[in-house]
Design a protein around this ligand. Structure first.
Ligand code: COA
Length: 391
């Protein structure tokens, strides 16, 4: 066995791989800021469009700047007809994240710049991706339900237009506000796995469509954005609030994890969970049905209690995906689309990170410590004997 070089922690835990001006996660105190603004201030006071401006342009917009960004987002919402047609031919059982990733990648086919084989990433292609992703998702939601997609409107906010494209009805202020706040809270999160993927891809001077496709692929896993959909399955499995503790004990006894609990960075409750919990409570009052909120609330209490008993000192608390589940369920969004909603919000952060990477780019190319056999002679095929795989 030959070994060379330095081995860093598994999963790069605690390893600083770059710098960013975009967002800061302070996991020990549970604070998240975008360019110095606390999400506790942004969530109740700023819209997703304002936060998108903050991330992409470096400052909160004036009223004129905001109008101009909203106009551009509105104008870029339509997706090319051939992509809608191709979605019509996809099996209705396809997983929504697979559809979103594939069709988002397909947007590059229609970019004149890409058609020339050039790899250009600018703020307008960033806005294009932010604007179009909800249209893809809403179209897929309708197509798989056997309905015709509804064209986006240019006069509605990002959140309201998404809900409108699903039902054809302009949502109430409470529904619009809940989804808008969700988008604000999930817009960026420093060098998480999907953002890092986007930056690695961009660092090769690939383009923004490729970088965002890579980010979508990375987000999908259960240990990252896939947990949002998995957390909703948990609410379904728990079924009623009085079954929460039994459920948690059963899951841990099987050696499995409680979805929506735990975080690599936060060692306290995720600061986004508080806002989402408040939204979930508000939405359930608005709907006159608190089933999802009640189950989530008792599941969090039960998880905190049982995890402290079973894994003392591990600091496993509710993360952003935990209360995403009741919020999105109360907005009548299907559980298997939750990760896609996460992607729609995070595209603001992903694209800003791609532009930041390219503003001072160096190829991201780490090393690995080789732990395989020492160099030896080549064995001709006639001399090889069957061996166990990996031996
Ligand atoms: N339920 C039960 N146990 C959990 C847990 C959870 N949700 N999250 C972490 N743990 C336990 C692990 O089993 C491990 O215990 P052990 O040391 O006794 O084996 C310990 O906590 C550390 O876990 P580890 O996987 O090393 O931590 P990490 O930093 O890699 O974990 C996550 C971060 C997010 C991957 C992890 O908390 C998790 O899998 N959560 C559930 C999925 C989820 O909600 N993901 C979305 C994140 S925003």
């Amino acid at each position: 066995m030959a070994t060379t070089g330095l081995v860093v922690d598994r999963g790069l835990e605690g390893v600083v791989v770059g710098s960013t001006l975009l967002s800061n996660v302070e996991g020990q105190i549970g604070r998240l800021t975008y360019r110095g603004y606390d999400i506790d201030d942004l969530a109740p006071n700023a819209t997703f469009e304002e936060v998108t401006h903050l991330l992409l342009y470096g400052h909160l917009p004036t009223a004129e700047e905001l109008e101009s960004l909203k106009r551009e987002i509105g104008a870029r919402r339509m997706i090319p007809e051939p992509l809608i047609n191709s979605m019509q031919r996809v099996p209705k059982t396809a997983w929504p994240m697979d559809v979103l990733r594939t069709v988002t990648s397909g947007l590059a086919l229609f970019s004149p710049v890409n058609q020339r084989g050039e790899h250009v990433s600018d703020v307008h292609s960033a806005i294009e991706l932010i604007a179009k992703m909800p249209t893809i998702l809403a179209a897929w939601d309708r197509i798989r339900r056997g309905l015709e997609p509804i064209e986006p409107r240019t006069d509605l906010s990002h959140a309201a237009n998404f809900l409108y494209m699903r039902t054809g009805k302009v949502p109430s202020d409470i529904e619009e506000d809940a989804l808008d706040t969700y988008f604000v809270l999930l817009a960026d999160h420093s060098y998480n796995a999907s953002t890092f993927s986007a930056r690695v891809t961009a660092s090769t001077r690939s383009d923004i469509y490729a970088a965002i496709t890579a980010a979508l692929a990375t987000l999908e896993g259960d240990l990252h954005g896939g947990a949002a959909s998995a957390a909703f399955n948990t609410l379904l499995e728990v079924g009623t609030k009085d079954r929460a503790e039994t459920y948690v004990r059963e899951v841990l006894a099987r050696g499995e994890r409680i979805m929506g609990m735990g975080h690599r960075e936060y060692k306290v409750r995720d600061p986004r969970a508080r806002h989402l919990e408040a939204m979930a409570k508000q939405l359930s009052a608005y709907r006159g049905d608190s089933r999802w909120y009640d189950i989530a609330r008792s599941l969090e209490d039960a998880s905190n209690k049982v995890l402290q008993e079973e894994k003392p000192g591990k600091k496993i608390y509710a993360n952003v995906d935990f209360y995403t589940a009741p919020v999105l369920a109360d907005l009548a969004i299907a559980g298997d689309e939750f990760t896609c909603l996460f992607a729609c919000a995070r595209t603001a952060g992903w694209t800003a990170h791609v532009l930041e990477q390219l503003s001072d780019n160096r190829l991201i190319r780490p090393q690995a410590t080789y732990v395989g056999p020492a160099p030896g002679p080549f064995v001709p095929i006639s001399d090889r004997r069957a061996q166990a795989i990996g031996a």
